[in-house]
Design a protein around this ligand. Structure first.
Ligand SMILES: Cc1cc2nc3c(=O)[nH]c(=O)nc-3n(C[C@H](O)[C@H](O)[C@H](O)COP(=O)(O)OP(=O)(O)OC[C@H]3O[C@@H](n4cnc5c(N)ncnc54)[C@H](O)[C@@H]3O)c2cc1C
Length: 421
């Protein structure tokens, strides 16, 4: 019998698997499928991860102090994880926030930088000189987080966490969990039974669920309640550039923009009633096909209304590769932002973000043997190490932390009948 089974070997689950297995004498198992090589609507495989990519932005600045702490603690450990695993996943390229003066986003970033003493450069003239290839509005506020920020490779971070978990003695099972139940064993003790969709079974004293967007799509919770989350479909555009242009852009930081933008930016991208919208952009990254891509996504709050209502919708969103109006608009925007570089081709990609009404991750015990962690809100890749660590603390007896308390991660539930997933 395992002490802890972690369900979901994605960003948070893999970190949790590593932390749980680092506790002496604890028998731990991490269960989750590998990334499928081809997402295909006709294939029976219907569970996917939000980390299937080569780049995620990392930064300490965040309008919410809790997210800022989660990020800072994780970033502080990146180099150690790289060293211990032998897998490099972090590039400290810096993070540039730009926004219309007075806009809530940029003013909150400013406040966070000041309150937390984060080293930044705010001199627009100098930053324009440093990043001459970026065509961002000169009259906006620019805040450049120079260190402890940049990009991580989420696939490689997941690999690193799993490699260390294996070293700690964690079992890793490649499967999809279909059902988790609480039952009484021959000794009269309550135990958790975990069944995979290929009919394999194991038992554990405790289960930690970390299945990302797929929490409600299988029988994992053993109750009529499901977490109150909104599954937000997201589009990104990958713009292929030449290797020499990638070289030319080698100093480029990760960028996030919120505000009015330049003329034409939001023509085909949703904006709010005040004419503000936003995007994030990653510097050139070499993808597994050997080509270099810049990646641009518009900020989740401006994604439009492609509601995911059912498990079938979730699968369809992940598997379809058609170019949407939005992904074409993102391609046009990226060319406008870096006018000196010719984009060779554009490739759309899709993913799903788990939004919570609190905008924070959910960390909760459904009962003394079943814990849940989900609700990345589109920001958890960079902070997955600390969220995984907290989740293990929670399942081992409660979050004991001077700065972060359980009430900061309160989970809201709704009736399964209110959710078609
Ligand atoms: C387009 C996009 C851009 C993003 N950009 C950023 C960014 O720049 N910076 C940032 O910090 N974050 C970013 N994020 C968010 C980040 O990727 C997620 O918050 C993070 O991956 C969430 O981690 P997770 O472990 O909760 O879920 P996931 O990483 O999705 O992992 C869940 C895992 O559970 C598995 N699973 C599901 N159901 C089962 C089951 N029944 N049995 C077994 N396994 C199961 C899945 O296969 C998956 O591997 C972005 C997300 C998207 C979609």
């Amino acid at each position: 019998m395992y002490d802890i089974v972690v369900v979901g070997a994605g960003m948070i689950g893999s970190a949790a698997g590593r932390y749980a297995s680092s506790i002496p004498n604890l028998k731990v198992c991490l269960i989750g499928p590998d990334e499928v090589t081809e997402r295909n609507i006709d294939d029976p495989h219907d569970v996917f991860g939000a980390y299937y990519d080569e780049g995620r932005i990392t930064r300490s600045t965040d309008p919410d102090r809790v997210w800022s702490i989660l990020a800072r603690r994780s970033i502080d450990r990146y180099r150690e994880i790289e060293k211990l695993s032998g897998i490099k996943f972090y590039e400290e390229r810096g993070f540039l926030s730009v926004g219309t003066v007075g806009n809530a986003y940029i003013e909150q970033v400013q406040q966070c930088v000041t309150e937390q003493g984060i080293r930044c450069n705010k001199d627009v003239r100098k930053l324009k000189e440093q990043f001459p290839y970026l065509d961002l509005p000169r009259n906006d506020k620019w805040i450049f987080e120079m260190s402890q920020a940049g990009i991580i490779n989420p696939r490689r971070l997941v690999n690193a966490q799993q490699k260390m978990a294996l070293k700690n003695g964690c079992d890793i099972v490649r499967g999809i969990v279909n059902k988790v139940t609480r039952c009484v064993d021959n000794n009269g003790d309550y135990v958790m039974r975990i069944q995979t969709d290929t009919g394999e079974e194991c038992v554990a004293k405790k289960v930690l669920l970390a299945p990302g967007a797929f929490t409600a799509s299988r029988d994992l919770l053993g109750t009529d309640l499901v977490p109150d989350v909104y599954l937000k479909p997201t589009n990104v555009c990958l713009a292929e550039i030449t290797e020499s242009d990638a070289q030319m852009l080698r100093s480029m930081p990760a960028v996030t923009y919120f505000g009015k933008g330049n003329k034409g930016w939001w023509d085909d991208i949703a904006s709010n009633e005040r004419g503000n919208s936003g995007f994030y952009m990653l510097p050139p990254i070499r993808y597994p096909d050997g080509k270099y891509y810049l990646k641009l996504g518009n900020c989740p709050e401006f994604q439009g209304n492609n509601d995911i209502q059912t498990a079938a919708d979730l699968k369809t969103w992940y598997c379809l590769k058609d170019e949407t109006v939005l992904s074409k608009a993102l391609g046009r925007l990226i060319q406008t932002l870096i006018p000196g570089v010719k984009m060779k081709s554009f490739k759309p990609d899709r993913c799903v973000i788990v939004e919570t009404p609190t905008s924070r991750p959910y960390l909760d015990m459904l009962h003394s043997q079943l814990g849940l962690v989900t609700g990345g809100n589109g920001w958890a890749a960079k902070s997955s190490d600390e969220i995984g660590r907290l989740a293990v603390g929670m399942i081992m007896g409660g979050i004991q932390d001077e700065e972060l308390t359980a009430d900061m991660f309160t989970t809201r539930y709704k009736m399964r009948s209110q959710s078609k997933l």
